[in-house]
Design a protein around this ligand. Structure first.
Ligand code: C2E
Ligand code: MG
Ligand code: MG
Ligand code: MG
Length: 289
């Protein structure tokens, strides 16, 4: 019956795969065209100090406005760009644009740029970054690279050398989405991270009384403190979570509670007005400003 019906099964899967492959090919073609056409822009989300609510920097997040589909999520197109080699060109554009836009901000405000494991595996990456810094005039210490655990999948002497070369540029390094990937603690021993970004899945639900995530965050913070690394809690959405992650010892917060990723012009405008203290969205200040 159905189980023995090899042809039927085959036909079913081929149709499904065809549809998937077609969609995928279309996405790849559109992405290639979009890189040529410059249909990307960066949005920036504030990173806030738990000690004093000061905005210490912004994370650059790439946005693609597709002519027909509208805004496409990077969660959808970054993996495609990585698979078909387009991440090199896109990543270089992101690096140059983020450095150029951040160079207009006050000198104590940093910018964080996501670096794909594919870019990390390219020995030319330090040159690309050095060039972006030189052209923009951004001080290296104001640039933070966000790297995921994916770079350790094929750990080799090249991985160590890349870390040395990047640190040699004077940029900061952050370990992004910590706890979700290939989670071995061994690499924290040798890799020179300045910061661990605790993945938002651990922040979910910490306001609930029986949250096991709170215990996990506390353990990560203890580890990071011991290793001399800062910690950013990602995906903080509600006001109660601000106090909770601060009490758990996180040094920084990033999340919708302090603002969604926003266009460069808007960020530049607020920074030029001296707005460097973050307020929870919807938070009512009892005293007049
Ligand atoms: P990520 O680097 O972990 O960036 C944080 C993501 O979490 C962003 O999604 C941000 O909008 C979202 N987020 C921030 N606060 C909250 C919150 O409170 N709640 C929720 N639910 N989400 C929050 P986005 O912009 O869609 O980016 C998704 C991922 O795509 C990024 O995760 C990063 O891995 C990748 N990505 C984005 N831009 C770039 C880029 O320029 N280069 C590379 N290689 N990857 C990028
Ligand atoms: Mg990131
Ligand atoms: Mg992250
Ligand atoms: Mg993420």
């Amino acid at each position: 019956a159905a189980k023995g019906d090899g042809r039927g099964v085959h036909r079913f899967y081929s149709q499904e795969m065809l549809a998937g492959a077609k969609h995928r090919q279309q996405l790849e073609d559109d992405l290639r065209a979009a890189i040529g056409a410059g249909d990307f822009h960066l949005c920036y989300q504030p990173v806030v100090s738990t000690a004093d609510a000061q905005i210490v920097g912004y994370e650059a997040l790439v946005r693609w406005t597709h002519a027909k589909r509208g805004l496409v999520s990077p969660a959808e197109f970054i993996p495609v760009a990585e698979e078909c080699g387009l991440i090199e060109a896109l990543g270089e554009w992101v690096m140059r644009t983020a450095c150029t836009e951040a160079a207009r901000w006050p000198a104590n405000v940093r910018v964080a740029v996501n670096v794909s494991p594919v870019q990390f595996a390219n020995p030319n990456l330090p040159n690309i970054i050095a060039s972006a810094l030189a052209h923009s005039g951004l001080a290296a210490a104001r640039l933070e690279l966000e790297i995921t655990e994916g770079v350790f999948l094929n750990e080799s002497s090249a991985t160590d050398q890349m870390f040395k070369a990047l640190k040699g540029l004077g940029v900061r390094l952050a370990l992004d989405d910590f706890g979700t990937g290939y989670s071995s603690l061994g690499y924290l021993r040798s890799a020179p991270f300045d910061k661990i970004k605790i993945d938002q899945s651990f922040v979910r639900g910490i306001a609930q009384p029986d949250s096991r995530n709170a215990a996990i965050i506390k353990a990560i913070v203890t580890l990071a403190d011991t290793l001399g690394m800062e910690t950013t809690a990602e995906g903080v959405e509600i006001q109660d979570e601000i106090e909770l992650v601060r009490d758990l010892g996180c040094s920084h917060i990033q999340g919708f509670v302090y603002g969604r990723p926003t266009r460069a012009e808007v960020v530049e405008g607020s920074l030029s007005k001296g707005e460097v203290i973050a307020r929870p969205v919807g938070f009512r200040v009892s005293r007049a400003p």
